[in-house]
Design a protein around this ligand. Structure first.
Ligand SMILES: [Zn+2]
Ligand SMILES: [Zn+2]
Length: 813
């Protein structure tokens, strides 16, 4: 920013779409810069705002002044401002909230009100002559000042504002406005080194002498390290400093999220296809924006392509951003990148503590981390001079953020690459229909890897028709005899088996055996799942749980039939079938603890696990070198979802799971059990034929005018009152219809579907409705929704009914 600029544009983290103009007083003007936070007066409060840029040509409105500048250094480079604006505009989300979402959490400071007891108040409390609520309030603040919102929480009845006012007037309490401190800060560590001029050596105790010797040898050392060698060091350094032997100072340190060291490696030999892909990408380094889709079969060595491209870019001084769908996969990717590039690798994901995330953020900002690996939120990494943005497993639905700012990181990667005039590289064995369509229409360039590395073959896939075992009782119904036999053979050879079932828990469909009533969640329109390990029925949508000994809500019977197979029950069945095999299970229930996924993966690698049972978590790009048999227990679970992407998801999931077999030296095989052997998603997965699947699916999308042939925005309406929610939904539907009718020529290509009740009609006590807007072009659809919003500047939500706008929705249920 030019130093003479006095007026600045500020975004605030509040639900408002516009930005605000503030002036910087002379004393602060020199410190204001784009990407820094400022403390500003806003209405009657003081809040944090983000400086987006200077403003010229002001109107004559009265302009408020910035109160303080909160950062020494900007938190994001100015080049990210257009990116934030694009996101706000496209995803219909307030700009300041977009910035807040992008930054590591815990930084903002804001006002709060603190209540404390006065001496008069203490006297009144001692007198005991108070009405109950006043007594409650005064006793709460008696031990010490209390925040207003905590006071509200502690006292279960409503506290009238007038009562607080009158207590203050009577001088019994004191209310003070305070500024909360930011929760996340840089970490400082104590270091010691020898003083420049030291007193002549006198006799020192042994430990003191040892410290001096250590400092003489190493120059500077942290107190933490010192304590490992001399446990009493902390108590000794102070007197040594006083006596003039050494100096103590503080240094900024980074919290290390990695924990373990990694053996360095070097570039591996590429096969012809890999080499061609690397060469093609490298030839575009200086040619501006371009997106590549790297379509490589499972096990074809896509990561090595990423590594060698990254190497070339780093040599030319540019940075690399790598997005990976899951934290478990980040560790895998991070290990390979750190082995190749060492300390210049940074990571960003939700598994980091707030402090670690903040440290990583500043390492990236400071140019120390030049390769950043992370989950979807890493798309906001404050890198400058990006050379390429790599999105691994680009088809994965975890790139879509639900709730709050609803964005798709894969799509944002392409947007950011375009804005930065650099490359984007999307990789997958099973590309999304959207991305592949973009190669067909030549928006993206296709790169292909058809062979597995080291000439390994793709696994052979055999279909088992579950309709034939439908009447079988017991285990045979779920584990067919061909699968059982294949497991037997695999275990006898000392190899590993992976069993895939996309449903966790013990029984996913408990039903009363007397009256037939399913066990349902109290707050959702959904069947509960029995979890034997926690001895409870649990709702997978809202977390509601009830005891496993619950009785039927309708007839009171305690005879509950446990229908519906989950991974927990499957694990138990397998343990009975193969009592000597060592089993592990990988699903959301077994991986909640930090490091648990790594432990599971290590068990496979060290051959201490024979059979792994898992949900879709196992399908995601993991490299399991010793698995030679994959058993898909039921391939059909995702087929019947009321969603136009159901077929695409099923194909991707099955092809990915199958791809976990035979990634090591020995060939793999897959047994796929299904009720729909003739369904094209399943048949294409069996043949591992993406093209066949694409050709079928794209015809279906075209016929029904679904993406990629149209663009979609979903209005997700929800509320606790069923009547209000329904009423508001219909009002909204009518608004859409009349907007379309009022400008029928302009909005001819807009299709309004609904309002309809969502397929999951109630979740967490909220009734859910939807309106789907389809547009023949993105521009028309956005113009339509923008007009709808500007006609209702207060927002589309009303009373207790919330309306969320989901642009390019992923989960339509
Ligand atoms: Zn019953
Ligand atoms: Zn629920």
């Amino acid at each position: 920013m030019k130093p003479d600029t006095r007026y600045i544009e500020v975004a605030v983290a509040l639900p408002v779409f516009q930005t605000f103009t503030y002036s910087a007083p002379e004393s602060l003007a020199a410190f204001v810069a784009i990407g820094k936070r400022v403390l500003i007066p806003f209405g009657r409060r003081r809040i944090t705002g983000y400086v987006l840029g200077p403003i010229q040509g002001l109107g004559h409105k009265e302009i408020k002044t910035v109160l303080d500048v909160l950062d020494d250094q900007p938190l994001f480079p100015s080049a990210m401002v257009p990116f934030f604006r694009w996101i706000s505009d496209y995803y219909k989300y307030p700009l300041g909230e977009v910035v807040k979402n992008a930054l590591p959490g815990g930084l903002n400071i804001r006002d709060y009100v603190q209540v404390s007891l006065t001496t008069d108040g203490q006297a009144a409390l001692d007198s005991g002559q108070l009405n109950p609520i006043t007594k409650q309030i005064l006793s709460q603040v008696q031990p010490g000042p209390c925040r207003m919102n905590e006071l509200y929480k502690k006292i279960d009845q409503n506290i009238p504002a007038a009562l607080l006012y009158s207590l203050e007037q009577q001088g019994l309490i004191l209310r003070k406005q305070k500024l909360s401190k930011a929760r996340t800060k840089a970490r400082l560590e104590r270091y010691v080194r020898l003083a420049d001029t030291r007193p002549a050596a006198v006799k020192l105790t042994r430990s003191r002498k040892k410290i001096i010797d250590l400092l003489t040898a190493s120059g500077e050392i942290s107190v933490g390290q010192l304590k490992e060698i001399v446990p009493t060091a902390a108590a000794l350094i102070k007197p040594l400093e006083k006596a003039g032997y050494l100096t103590i100072h503080y240094k900024r340190v980074y919290r290390d999220p990695f924990g373990e060291s990694i053996e360095p490696d070097s570039a591996r030999a590429l096969n012809r296809e890999q080499a061609k892909a690397v060469a093609t990408i490298c030839s575009y380094f200086t040619k501006g924006y371009k997106t590549f889709l790297l379509k490589g079969v499972t096990g074809s060595g896509k990561t090595e392509v990423y590594l060698q491209v990254a190497d070339e870019l780093l040599k030319s001084g540019r940075c690399v951003l790598v997005l990976v769908p899951e934290i478990a996969l980040i560790t895998q990717m991070e290990r390979r990148f750190r082995a190749r590039f060492g300390d210049c690798v940074g990571v960003l994901h939700s598994g980091l503590s707030a402090g670690e995330r903040y440290d990583q953020w500043t390492r990236i900002l400071g140019g120390e981390a030049r390769v950043v690996i992370g989950a979807r939120s890493a798309i906001f990494a404050p890198l400058e001079n990006i050379g390429i943005i790599i999105v691994d497993e680009e088809h994965d639905s975890s790139y879509k953020q639900e709730g709050k700012l609803r964005y798709n990181a894969r799509d944002l990667a392409v947007v950011r690459a375009k804005q930065k005039d650099c490359l984007a590289l999307l990789g997958s064995a099973t590309p999304s229909i959207q991305s592949y369509y973009n190669t067909v229409t030549e928006k993206f360039s296709e790169l292909i890897l058809t062979k597995r590395v080291e000439q390994r073959s793709l696994p052979e896939i055999r279909i088992v028709d579950l309709r034939e075992t439908r009447d079988t009782r017991g285990i045979g119904r779920y584990i067919s005899s061909p699968l059982r036999q294949a497991m037997q053979e695999t275990l006898e050879r000392g190899e590993q088996v992976l069993l895939f079932l996309n449903r966790r828990g013990y029984a996913s469909f408990p039903v009363c055996s007397v009256c037939g009533q399913p066990m349902r969640c109290k707050h959702c329109d959904i069947s509960l799942t029995l979890h034997q390990s926690s001895n409870a029925y649990r709702c997978h949508y809202c977390g509601f749980s009830r005891s496993a000994v619950s009785k039927c809500d309708v007839c009171g019977s305690d005879k509950i039939k446990l229908l519906g197979l989950g991974t927990e029950k499957l694990e138990g069945m397998v343990a009975k079938l193969f009592p000597r095999a060592r089993l592990s299970r990988m699903d959301r229930d077994t991986t909640t603890r930090k490091g648990s996924v790594l432990k599971l993966l290590k068990g496979l690698r060290d051959n201490t696990t024979d059979i792994l049972v898992g949900t879709q978590m196992v399908a995601k790009g993991h490299d399991f070198p010793n698995i030679t048999l994959v058993g898909i227990i039921c391939a059909d679970l995702s087929l019947s979802f009321p969603d136009f992407r159901a077929g695409e998801r099923t194909f991707q999931l099955l092809a990915q799971v199958a791809g976990r077999a035979g990634r090591g030296k020995r060939p793999g095989r897959v047994i796929l059990q299904t009720y729909n052997p003739d369904h094209f998603s399943i048949d294409a997965a069996r043949q591992q034929d993406f093209t066949a699947f694409y050709n079928q699916e794209i015809g279906f999308r075209n016929a029904l005018n679904y993406p990629p042939f149209s663009r979609v925005i979903q209005l997700k309406i929800s509320g606790k009152d069923p009547r209000e929610t329904k009423k508001h939904t219909h009002t909204l539907g009518d608004l859409c219809q009349s907007l379309k009718a009022s400008e029928s020529a302009r909005y001819q290509g807009i299709e309004i579907m609904g309002p309809i009740e969502a397929s999951l009609t109630r979740i967490a006590r909220r009734y859910r409705w939807q309106i789907l807007l389809k547009g023949s072009s993105a521009r028309m659809l956005h113009r339509f929704i923008n007009q709808l919003m500007s006609d209702h500047p207060a927002g589309l939500s009303r009373h207790q009914v919330q309306v969320a706008i989901d642009v390019d929705p992923f989960f339509m249920m």
